[in-house]
Design a protein around this ligand. Structure first.
Ligand SMILES: [Zn+2]
Ligand SMILES: [Zn+2]
Length: 248
């Protein structure tokens, strides 16, 4: 399969031939349908956050299940899923007390550089990002890193749930502790950033990168490899008053 590889920070992603093994007992192989380009991905591309390189970035995604491991019964081939950037084991102390985001089981929530799910024709290790790596035509993930969705849900919108929606939801519910029925003031800067910026950027980029055939097209991946184009798209999409902004 093809994947967009970050070899060095501040360098364009490069399209490479990459392989994934058959799913292990609790793993799921997904055909990537949509991969949003989150600003966090850009932070890693620009070296503002560290990560072992080379790596395949991408963590806001949706797709279709292709294969499942022998112990997986949550999904089956053909199911549509959203990926979760915070995979969890479900059995550690934090998971069993409702704090799955703090899961301490590093055999499931593998630390950066620990996963061996990606391989290519080089001796150098190719690193998986956030146990997902969705800038690729396929993702091999733990079954607890996906949520099954109805097939009627458009996959470009579903992918946004994988990061943008849960980030905003967490800010409102967990940080601001807003509950149903309360009246709130939303600053324009916050609203712009959270709603217009994120959603518009996602919409623009998903239109740029969403393949028409269901697979990630080579041309779309080539676009991902052009860092200047990413920045221009982000600037254009995130500019208040732009056509894209008005359309959102
Ligand atoms: Zn994100
Ligand atoms: Zn856990």
């Amino acid at each position: 399969m093809k994947a967009a590889v970050l070899h060095e920070v501040n360098q364009p992603l490069v399209i490479e031939d990459v392989s994934v093994p058959n799913p292990g007992p609790r793993e799921v192989l997904i055909r990537t349908a949509v991969a949003g380009l989150c600003h966090s991905d850009l932070h890693f591309m620009e070296g503002l956050y560290p990560h072992p390189l080379p790596a395949v970035l991408g963590h806001e995604s949706a797709g279709v299940v292709e294969k499942v491991g022998s112990d997986v019964n949550y999904v089956k081939p053909g199911d549509h899923v959203v990926t979760c950037l915070s995979v969890f084991c479900g059995t550690c102390d934090n998971c069993t007390t409702g704090r799955t985001v703090l899961c301490t089981d590093t055999t499931v929530k593998m630390l950066p550089g620990a996963s061996n799910r990606l391989s290519w024709g080089r001796k150098e290790k190719l690193n998986q990002f956030l146990n997902l790596s969705s800038f690729a035509e396929q993702m091999l993930v733990h079954e607890n890193a996906i949520v099954k969705i109805k097939k009627e849900m458009p996959l470009d919108l579903a992918a946004l749930i994988g990061c943008g929606v849960i980030t905003g939801y967490g800010a409102v519910v967990n940080t601001a502790k807003v509950t149903a029925g309360e009246t709130v003031a939303v600053s324009i800067a916050t609203a712009w950033h959270c709603v217009a910026g994120k959603t518009t950027l996602f919409n623009c980029l998903s239109r740029l990168y969403q393949p028409s055939s269901g697979d990630i097209a080579d041309a779309a991946l080539e676009d991902l490899g052009d860092l200047d184009r990413q920045r221009r798209a982000a600037t254009r999409c995130a500019s208040p008053g732009s056509a894209a902004a008005r359309a959102t």
